[in-house]
Design a protein. Structure first.
Ligand code: AMP
Length: 261
């Protein structure tokens, strides 16, 4: 039925506005091609969690001055820790909580560290790259490591639909499973897999969502255009399906991927 799709791919990029509905499509790709998910958003949130666990009640705005962070030694002194993960968590929080992209120099190095542990292969890249600089960094890395991205899956959705979906989004803090207060409510407010209380992401407020949508238009679209010019095909899928069942999501993803090969 999907005769053009190769059995084996090396890496796939999944892109789309924040809240467009990427996760169910990523689940399809992970299963279909036997890949793992590498999500920069999840990585940043794990560091953010380390900073939150450390417990600091001061204003972290003081650490960002004239478009850069003050030296790490100063941050360490004020936070009363030398733990680099906590310091990185503070830096991530500064941007994530404002609905802004984390600067490229932080994101690229972190991404490289995680991607290298996976030998630069067998990953669904979720939320990376998101800027032209990141896209160029990725292409260079792939070339150096003799790896590749086979295609981009672009999940489309319109802004108003996204705002509605995102303010009602809840996630499991343990496994990352996503719920929706209206369409997929968690039973008793708990994750059906982990039995822990689901939470709202700190950046899932309307103001921050609109800021992320702005970042998408300004930065992600040019990055994807560049990758397309480099010869990576783009398969587009709708993020909103009238009849949202696992089977329909799978069909929609695979039929669109089938068309690009
Ligand atoms: P996500 O879960 O993919 O929506 O990511 C949550 C937040 O993490 C984003 O709003 C950004 O602040 C940050 N983030 C994730 N991936 C990137 C990236 N590739 N570049 C810059 N910031 C990112």
């Amino acid at each position: 039925m999907y005769e053009n799709i190769p059995d084996k791919v090396t890496n796939i990029i999944v892109t789309g506005k924040s809240g467009a509905g990427k996760q169910p499509r990523i689940d399809v790709l992970v299963e279909e091609f036997d890949l793992e998910q590498l999500s920069t958003g999840n990585i940043f949130r794990s560091y953010l969690g380390k900073f939150n666990d450390h417990g600091y009640s001061g204003d972290i705005g003081q650490f960002w001055q004239e478009d850069q962070f003050v030296p790490d030694e100063e941050i360490a002194k004020e936070l009363k820790t030398q733990d680099p993960d906590v310091i990185l968590g503070m830096k991530a929080k500064y941007f994530v909580d404002r609905g802004l992209f984390v600067p490229d120099f932080i994101t690229n190095e972190l991404f490289r560290a995680y991607f290298s542990r996976k030998n630069y292969r067998d990953q669904v890249l979720d939320g990376y790259p998101r800027t032209l600089d990141q896209a160029e960094f990725l292409m260079k890395l792939l070339e150096e490591e003799d790896s590749r991205v086979d295609f981009i899956l672009w999940v489309d959705n319109d802004d108003e639909m996204i705002v509605e979906r995102t303010v009602n989004r809840r996630i499991c803090p343990d496994c990352g499973k996503v719920y929706h207060l209206v369409y997929k409510p968690p039973r008793d407010g708990k994750c059906e897999v982990c039995d822990v209380e689901v939470v709202q992401r700190s950046d899932d407020t309307e103001e921050k969502i609109r800021s992320r949508l702005g970042e998408f238009k300004e930065k992600v679209i040019p990055a994807m255009k560049y990758l397309e010019e480099q010869g990576i095909p783009i398969a587009r899928v709708p993020g909103h399906l009238e009849d949202f069942t696992p089977e329909n999501v799978r069909k929609s993803v695979l039929s669109s991927v089938n068309k690009i090969f």
